[in-house]
Design a protein around this ligand. Structure first.
Ligand code: ADP
Length: 459
């Protein structure tokens, strides 16, 4: 059979199937117990009638006195009116009284109490017969047989069967239809989700489901999908922006190189001019290399797994970095203080950590014209190490502060600015990849303070 392709169809089919099985079992049970009850009712009334007939018999000295008027006695007339057939039989088998519609039926043999069902050969009716022995003082005096048609209970059972045979399929069909309509109604947002999903492509992620806010599974699914689409759209846009910015940044040193080459090749030059041009070219090439290194580092951080972890002595690492800054500090007459406890270690990537703190220190020196730079660190009881790099430079305006960690963001985007605005973005990536974070506080005119918090054992 071809598999149903809609959930609503399958739902309706399952509802109908389960209901059909359930109702069939229930109907079978009801029919059976009704049949048993009716049969028990007939047997009970035959027992009562049998006892009544036996009580009405005239027995003297263990002998049955036959009376001609037996069938006319009021209680027997009543039995006849209610459709009972009664036989009174002597022990040797002679019938001394018999009345009722089934007199022509053959008698049951034996004088012991029994019930039996037989068919009337003339009408085909099922007839229930009850044998009641009549004991005397010393021997059996007679036997009474009482019979009644099973037609009434048969009719009742037939009516019940008809009701079940019509009612069960009717209910099943109604449930299937109801199930189909309910499922169709409940699942209608899915069609909308499918249509929207078809419209979505990598070029256009602006489509949204915008289903009415209903707090059920589908409502929540729609909201989750919309949020996912918004995140995807955002990340695609960032990716596009990143590519555009990277191309733009790469073009700048390349254009400068082309310009230098164009100028120098325009005519024959003195050796000193060639030397100067080569020095300029080397500077631009360094710039290009630094930029591509930064771009590669950022591209890798998106796909990198936190491998290469080793025990890093932060105290030594920070001391070495500070020492390497001395020439630049001296050139600008800046002082540097370092308050880092001995033996401060953590698990991490040494090269990454050098890059992170190197960037912060370089920025501090680069953007500070006078005063001091302070490097300090402490380990907290919760296993976090905090490293602070503070300077007394010009600080960062509050309008720029929230964006300085963005890729390619520079407070002063003119060519005079030495970096491409990637230093802090890379620093943040490194802090994140070590399970930590980086924060900044800055007062324009009073300096900036960067704080890196890292877990001692990186996650
Ligand atoms: P770049 O590599 O161009 O310096 P960064 O990402 O390191 O880029 O820094 C982004 C911007 O943040 C810089 O353009 C600079 O204006 C500002 N900035 C960073 N550090 C400091 C600091 N210590 N003092 C003042 N401004 C800073």
């Amino acid at each position: 059979m071809k598999r149903l392709r809609t959930v609503r169809g399958r739902f309706a089919l399952w509802t109908a199937g389960l209901l059909l099985v359930g109702l069939s079992i229930f109907g079978f049970y009801v029919y059976q117990s009704m049949a048993r009850r009716l049969a028990a009712g007939v047997d009970e009334s035959l027992t009562l009638v049998g006892a009544q007939v036996v009580a009405g018999l005239d027995i003297v000295n263990d002998r049955l006195v036959s009376s001609e008027s037996f069938p006319e006695e009021p209680e027997n007339v009543d039995l006849l009116r209610r459709g009972y057939t009664v036989w009174v039989i002597r022990p040797e088998g002679r019938v001394i009284h018999a009345f009722g519609p089934y007199q022509h039926l053959a008698l049951l043999s034996g004088g012991t109490a029994a019930f039996s069902t037989r068919a009337d050969p003339e009408t085909g009716d099922a007839v229930r017969v009850h044998v009641v022995p009549v004991p005397g003082e010393a021997r059996q005096v007679a036997a009474v047989q009482v019979a009644h048609s099973l037609e009434d209970s048969g009719e009742t059972l037939e009516r019940l069967l008809t009701t079940l045979l019509i009612g069960v399929p009717g209910l099943v069909a109604a449930a299937a239809l109801g199930g189909y309509l309910l499922a169709a109604r409940a699942l209608s947002p899915i069609d909308r989700i499918i249509q929207t999903a078809r419209r979505i492509s990598a070029e256009d992620l602006s489509a949204r489901l915008n289903l009415p806010a209903v707090d059920d599974e589908l409502g929540r699914l729609a909201v989750t999908l919309d949020e996912m689409l918004a995140r995807l759209e955002g990340s695609f846009q960032r990716e596009r922006q990143f590519t555009a910015d990277a191309s733009h940044e790469l073009r700048t040193p390349l254009s400068a190189m082309q310009a230098i080459l164009g100028t120098i090749r325009a005519r024959r030059r003195a050796p000193a001019e060639y030397e100067q041009a080569l020095a300029d070219l080397a500077e631009e090439a360094d710039r290009l290399q630094a930029l591509t290194n930064d771009l590669l580092r950022l591209a890798r951080s998106d796909t990198r797994d936190p491998g290469s972890q080793e025990a890093v002595d932060l105290s030594t690492l920070l001391a070495d970095l500070c020492d390497s800054m001395r020439p630049r500090l001296q050139a600008k007459s800046l002082s540097l203080t370092r308050q880092v406890p001995e033996g401060l270690t953590m698990l991490g990537d040494r090269d990454d950590l050098i890059r992170l703190f190197g960037n912060l220190l370089q920025n501090a020196v680069r953007y500070t014209e006078s005063g001091a730079i302070e490097v300090s660190a402490e380990a907290a009881a919760d296993g976090t190490v905090s490293i602070h790099v503070a300077d007394s430079g010009g600080g960062i305006d509050s309008e720029h502060l929230p964006r300085i960690f963005d890729r390619f963001y520079r407070v002063d985007p003119s060519r005079a600015s030495p970096g491409a605005g990637l230093g802090l973005a890379i620093a943040q990536e490194i802090a994140r990849s070590h399970g930590g974070r980086i924060e900044v506080s800055s007062q324009p005119g009073q300096g900036s303070r960067f704080t890196v918090s890292l877990p001692k054992s990186a996650t």
